[in-house]
Design a protein around this ligand. Structure first.
Ligand SMILES: Nc1ncnc2c1ncn2[C@@H]1O[C@H](COP(=O)(O)OP(=O)(O)OP(=O)(O)O)[C@@H](O)[C@H]1O
Length: 370
């Protein structure tokens, strides 16, 4: 997938930009707080129809003092077919998302059309955050190629909310309704578990290879394992068994909404064992593995790679390894990279086999090609 150009109006601190991109490497350099992440976020928005910085409310994405924002981008898929994505946002109104001029009925229909992986400092939450961060990671990856998974996960969440509301209510629940919800949740849980298990089986070896390639001495062993309710059997009996206890606590204790990925270094949980640099190498490896996994999955489309400020807190050795890996390896297609340090970008361009690139300067929301 190639992003040919983007037009931005009033997206975060970018008042107006019209940019044409290289099909290889696009670099954005500027001081802190100038709009580099916002620019990458606008690209991310074209794929996921939401900001990478969290939150689904578009009012945070519209430039202060403006009452609307507009993003438009032209893409070429791997077969050379062109497509145009347009998104209009207005304060207090629902967004309008169009592909080739035709508005989507449901935004979820767009997910997966433009495969994209963004790596940014916020991904450290994969390690330091709660299990919901790692579930979000799995959901985000799998939803890009499995509409069945996305549908099951969304449906499961709706049924879960209803079951929790019934359990929390003061009046005695109508157990026949609970039973129906549990039936549907169990069916969704089977789809979700099958997809998560298949994902983990293929993803973990890719991740391990990447971690070895990027870590300083290659002496650490790493592993990731899926922890799921499904290890205890089908969900339905678990839900039924849990009813009385869950009536007291007011929420559902078992199910895919409690799954997690357990992260290990040298057989110890990463949070306990690893230094900051190791943790960073760990989540960078997880995210680059996400890229390679998605690229080889399904219809084998090349995702767009966004690298936002990834070198911070890494020693020179690790920066060099990552630069070598990303730039010297033809595994990655079109890359967008931001950094405050021009030297990192120069090193990347110098060691890259790709001679076609574009360099942009970002200052106070204004993006200029160098
Ligand atoms: N809705 C908005 N309207 C106007 N400005 C905004 C909006 N949202 C964020 N900003 C501004 O965008 C700036 C941050 O931009 P961004 O995160 O892209 O910086 P950056 O260049 O990536 O910096 P760093 O190198 O520190 O990561 C902040 O100054 C913030 O006030």
């Amino acid at each position: 997938m190639l992003l040919q150009n983007i037009s931005i109006i009033n997206y975060k601190n970018i008042e107006e930009a019209d940019l044409a991109f290289s099909q290889n490497i696009n670099c954005f350099v500027g001081k802190n707080g100038q709009g580099k992440t916002n620019l990458l976020d606008a690209v991310y928005y074209m794929s996921f129809c939401k900001s990478a910085t969290g939150g689904t409310t578009d009012s945070l994405n519209i430039r202060h003092d403006a009452d609307f924002a507009m993003l438009q981008a032209d893409f070429l898929d791997d077969n050379g077919t062109a497509g145009r994505v347009t998104c209009g946002m207005k304060r207090g109104q629902r967004k309008h998302l169009k592909i080739n001029g035709k508005e989507y009925k449901r935004i979820a229909e767009h997910v997966g059309k433009i495969p994209l992986v963004m790596i940014s400092p916020i991904d450290s939450l994969l390690i330091t955050g709660g299990s919901e961060e790692r579930r979000r990671f799995m959901n985000q990856v799998i939803a890009q190629y499995s509409p069945a998974y996305l549908a099951a996960a969304m449906h499961y969440d709706r049924m879960l909310k209803q079951r929790n509301a019934i359990l929390r209510a003061d009046e005695e629940p109508d157990w026949s309704i609970v039973e129906v919800l549990e039936d549907m949740m169990s069916k969704d849980a089977e789809t979700i578990y099958a997809e998560r298990k298949a994902f983990a089986e293929t993803f973990v070896p890719i991740f391990q290879e990447l971690y070895n390639a990027l870590s300083a001495d290659g002496k650490e062993t790493v592993n990731i394992s899926l922890k799921s309710h499904a290890e205890r059997g089908p969900l339905k009996p678990l839900l039924k068994e849990g009813r009385q206890k869950e009536r007291i606590v007011g929420y559902t204790l078992h199910g895919p909404h409690k799954d997690d990925l357990e992260l290990f270094v040298n057989d110890f949980p990463i949070k306990r064992e690893a230094s900051q640099g190791q943790q960073k190498t760990y989540f960078l490896s997880m995210k680059l593995a996400q890229y390679l996994y998605l690229r080889d999955k399904g219809d084998k489309r090349q995702p767009i790679l966004l690298l936002d400020d990834i070198f911070d807190k890494l020693d020179a050795d690790r920066v060099a390894k990552i630069v070598d890996y990303v730039s010297g390896n033809n595994a990655f297609g079109q890359i967008f990279i931001s950094d405050t340090n021009r030297e990192h970008i120069d090193a990347l361009l110098a060691s890259s086999s790709k001679t076609d690139y574009k360099l942009f300067n970002v200052a106070n929301g204004i993006i200029t090609e160098q």
